[in-house]
Design a protein. Structure first.
Length: 207
């Protein structure tokens, strides 16, 4: 059991905006059962709440129980089959190979998945309606440019929140220091765990 850790180089949407985080604030575990012909793996959220032990620049174990949930299944289980009677046959029949990599790209469910919203603190934000994938949307490539000044204000790979169950339906990306009256252009691409990318979604909006 562990906190989920992500490769460095991505950002998460947090209560204080985008942050360079590689550990998600939820504890999960794998239950593994090994049989002669297969291995079954169940994914478990030990507590489905978003309890973060990193706040205000400090690590802490001072959580605020009780949890709202005692735990959930974190999506369907995985089965790794061992087909064959010899080691070579099992190797030849193994389906998790480079040649069999998933090639299905994510797609946005609507023609207008992006919108401009106002955050509770009054700041400007770009809302992304989460894309769908046959397996998992891993992150979004997000670029936001202030076309009035020609300045790029956001250039980030933002994690989709796939480590939460249920996954949030939308992501609100803060637009830093947005200026009233200025026009902004947003470009967003959804990317799955295999690197397959969706068509680019765009939005032009005025603060």
């Amino acid at each position: 059991m562990s906190y989920i850790e992500i490769d460095h180089g991505y950002q998460m949407v947090t209560e204080t905006g985008l942050a360079n985080r590689f550990e998600s604030p939820t504890a999960q575990a794998l239950f593994v059962e090994v049989y002669q012909d297969r291995t079954d793996i169940s994914r478990i959220n030990m507590a489905a709440d978003k309890h973060d032990i990193y706040a205000g620049g400090q690590w802490s174990a001072s959580w605020q129980p009780p949890y709202a949930s005692a735990g959930t299944l974190s999506g369907p289980g995985w089965t790794v089959e061992s087909k064959g009677s010899t080691g070579q046959q099992i190797k030849d029949n193994f389906r998790y190979t480079s040649a069999a990599r998933n090639a299905v790209a994510p797609e946005f469910a609507t023609a207008t998945p992006l919108s401009a919203v106002t955050a509770p603190d009054g700041a400007a934000a770009l809302r992304i309606e989460q894309a769908r994938d046959d397996q998992m949307v891993h992150h979004y490539r997000v670029d936001i440019t202030d076309t009035t000044t020609g300045t790029k204000v956001v250039s980030s790979k933002v994690l989709s929140g796939f480590y939460f169950m249920p996954r949030p339906n939308v992501l609100d990306i803060p637009v830093p220091d947005a200026v009233a009256g200025n026009t902004y252009e947003a470009k967003v691409v959804a990317v799955d765990a295999y690197g397959n990318a969706s068509p680019e979604a765009t939005l032009t909006f005025t603060r």
